[in-house]
Design a protein around this ligand. Sequence first.
Ligand code: FMN
Length: 209
Amino acid sequence: MLLEKLNWRYATKKMDPEKKVPQEKVDAILEAARLAPTSSGLQPYEIIVVSDPDKRARIRDVAWDQAQVTEGSHLLVFAAWDNYTEDRINMMFDLVNEERGVTNEGWEAYRQKLLGAYVPRDADVNYEHAARQAYIGLGIALTAAAFENVDATPMEGFDADKVDEILGLRARGLRSLTLVPLGYRETEGDWLVKLKKVRRPKEDFVSVV
Ligand SMILES: Cc1cc2nc3c(=O)[nH]c(=O)nc-3n(C[C@H](O)[C@H](O)[C@H](O)COP(=O)(O)O)c2cc1C
């Protein structure tokens, strides 16, 4: 049951470097993120799977030396578009037309509406909007990892400018948002694993009006 899996998952602090997540599970987690909804379906972010050990070590250096970055078997980096451009918006609308093999006036009018609203807007506003979409993918990736019994730690504790530099993201029009190491918990060495999961009570969190 999903809620059991969500109770099982936690922000793993210590992963077993000897245990590798099977590729099909990594693929399922990435596919879940790819299927995440985004505003206007623009999917304004990418996921970078960092497999180069040297890059992983350099990222750990700028991520508060958090061990999961190198001890997890895989490292995902969620990176948002730095801006909405005409090309990027058109790319997605064209892809939809191509994949569906149809186009219609309403859809084309919506394309023009987004081009008119997003392209002239400040790059930072667009980046923040793109980042919000990426966080939906992050949530779904974390849920998918739990579903696959894979440990995953969402991480904002890193110097994003430095990670962008290590991965050459700015040249690709991307900015790093979160790191997600995937792996398997090393129960012995993890201070968090036995502690109760704490959440605000439902009455404070959900209100019915
Ligand atoms: C966006 C985001 C950034 C986070 N950054 C870090 C991080 O850098 N390092 C870390 O160990 N945990 C990080 N966490 C984990 C949270 O502290 C954790 O999810 C929260 O305390 C709830 O605990 P749980 O996930 O274990 O249930 C982050 C979580 C989120 C959602």
